[in-house]
Write a protein that binds this ligand. Structure first.
Ligand code: ARG
Length: 270
């Protein structure tokens, strides 16, 4: 009896999605044409990840800045449209592509195989590593993986550094938080022993907070999970433009320049 209902309901749901997908793909306009027509490129990000994306006080205004944001601007310029940054917690960034709220997701996103099943990714623009941010003075305490094995470790919800802790330190007490800043606060107030995040971000937090530093021990990151721009599957023409811009930034070393500019801006980080 239950099985029948289950079948019926799942068929209905599947049918609904099929119709929904068909109607969006039968839409004759390509992603690129729609963006150009709207005159704006909406980019989803989670601005708690300096030097990639963060909030800073510029000209008396709180603005979203960072290397990824400069790159987003370069993409919008290439398209000849206005850039609109849509901020949300990281665990909502990729979802916003699905719901059509954003055209691109740029948030220091690692192009993992799992994510590649659901989204398309641009060519990579930055090679990443992950690090533990710890309290100054704990450097000797957390010097090998053994010492971290039963520690309490915070990580950002839905991120690669979070799953690395789950997989490589299964005995640790993992505290998953949606906001990176909140995780760092927990570390400063002694509620967790370490925070796991991408290395440049850990270094940036350590530079800003004299009570924190980056541990000498780290977990292994899967090969080929560099940062890339996430795009809805099938938006081929948009992907071509994004790839073209990134290739140019790479050839000219511009992303590195963006990172240096971002490092300076962390002085006015909010
Ligand atoms: N690189 C990691 C991932 O893709 C973390 C990204 C977090 N980004 C952010 N803006 N908070 O899972």
């Amino acid at each position: 009896m239950y099985k029948k209902w289950f079948l019926l309901i799942s068929t209905l749901i599947a049918g609904f999605f099929l119709v929904a997908c068909q109607s969006s793909s039968s839409n004759s306009q390509s992603a690129l044409q729609t963006i150009k027509q709207k005159g704006k490129l909406v980019v989803a990000t989670s601005p708690d990840y300096a030097p990639f994306e963060f909030q800073a006080l510029l000209d008396g205004k709180n603005q979203v800045v960072g290397a990824d944001i400069d790159m987003a601007q370069a993409i919008a310029d290439e398209l000849g449209v206005k850039l609109v940054i849509s901020t949300m917690s990281f665990d909502n960034v990729l979802t916003s592509l699905h719901t059509g709220k954003a055209d691109l997701a740029i948030a220091g996103i690692s192009a993992t195989d799992e994510r590649k099943e659901v989204f398309d990714f641009s060519i990579p623009y930055y090679e990443n590593k992950a690090s533990f941010l710890i309290r100054k003075g704990d450097l000797d305490k957390y010097k090998d993986l053994n010492s971290l094995a039963s520690a309490s470790i915070a990580a950002q919800k839905g991120t690669v550094p979070e799953s690395m802790v789950k997989e490589q330190l299964p005995e640790a007490k993992l505290v998953s938080l949606s906001n990176m800043g909140e995780a760092v606060n927990e570390l400063q107030s002694g509620k967790v022993d370490a925070v796991h995040m991408d290395e440049p971000v850990a270094l940036s937090y350590a530079t800003k907070n004299s009570d924190l530093q980056v541990a000498n021990v780290s977990l292994t990151m899967n090969e080929g999970e560099a940062n890339a721009v996430a795009i809805r599957k099938g938006n081929e023409d948009l992907k071509a433009v994004v790839d073209k811009v990134i290739q140019k930034l790479k050839d000219e070393g511009t992303y590195q320049t963006y990172l240096e500019k971002a490092a300076k801006l962390t002085e006015v980080e909010q």
